[in-house]
Design a protein around this ligand. Structure first.
Ligand SMILES: [Zn+2]
Ligand SMILES: [Zn+2]
Length: 260
């Protein structure tokens, strides 16, 4: 059995625990692989990202931990690269490509801040048209480059049970499908992300069943990640995520990592 997580935040960005605390917790839980993925620095939201002045320290610390714990766990030096980030990602061992904001009329609107800010932003920039918002969101998503596509439908963070907008609307589904198919051509792996469950925003992982089925149809592989921001969240709902993947048509050989 292997137990892995490649989406891990620490005090280097907006996580609550240090990288070493995360490693110790992962070893305690029987993990064989742990990938660190600090948020890349962005100008539009300086509160979450790894400050440019800390990039070297981040690298040194992850490589120190790699060496120190090499007999117990395999550690990877990665980054969660925001679409609007300008940092050079060439030195990382892997890149999670994520969209957390969308540009409209020269301004970047954050999509995962709060329910209130989402509604305010869609009213301000899209005149309250959630399908136009979704189309712009998925178009931005489709342009990403990375080894792993992070939380592809993050725009639904505050929309469980379609409480704000419909994810069954054909405009929504077509926009999502276009993004999935374009990203599939790049060979990227799509993520099942349980992070919003651990943080109490949702009871189900990203992406939705509809999108997961599109990913399966595109022939792509998936990876189960917790997007954890503390030690308790490292393996949040991994068994549930695995069952969910099987329910959406994936076979064991389509699933990389997780807990099996
Ligand atoms: Zn993210
Ligand atoms: Zn993340």
């Amino acid at each position: 059995m292997i137990k892995t997580n490649f989406h891990t935040h620490t005090t280097f960005c907006d996580g609550k625990n240090t990288a070493e605390e995360m490693v110790i917790a992962a070893i305690d839980k029987g993990f064989t692989h742990l990938g660190f993925s600090a948020h890349s620095y962005t100008e539009y939201d300086e509160s979450c990202g790894l400050p440019l002045s800390k990039m070297e320290d981040y690298k040194k610390e992850i490589y120190r931990l790699k060496e120190k714990y090499k007999d117990k766990i395999k550690i990877y030096y990665g980054i969660e690269f925001d679409y609007y980030s300008k940092i050079d990602t060439s030195e990382f061992e892997y890149v999670i490509a994520s969209v957390h904001g969308i540009e409209k009329n020269g301004k970047i609107y954050i999509v995962d801040e709060s329910r209130e800010s989402l509604i305010k932003n869609v009213n301000e920039a899209w005149g309250g048209d959630y399908m136009a918002f979704a189309e712009d969101y998925f178009e931005t998503v489709s342009k990403q480059k990375g080894d792993i596509i992070g939380h592809i439908d993050l725009l639904t963070k505050f929309n469980e049970n379609d409480i704000i907008f419909s994810t069954k609307d054909s405009r929504y589904l077509n926009a999502a499908k276009k993004a999935v198919n374009k990203l599939a051509q790049s060979g990227a792996i799509f993520e099942i992300n349980t992070g919003a469950i651990q943080r109490g925003y949702r009871t189900t992982p990203y992406p939705s069943e509809d999108i997961l089925k599109m990913i399966k149809k595109s022939g792509s592989k998936i990876i189960i990640n917790s997007d954890c921001h503390n030690t308790q969240g490292i393996d949040c709902d991994f068994e549930k995520a695995y069952e969910y993947a099987l329910k959406c048509g994936f076979e064991k050989s389509d699933i990389i990592g997780g807990n099996f």
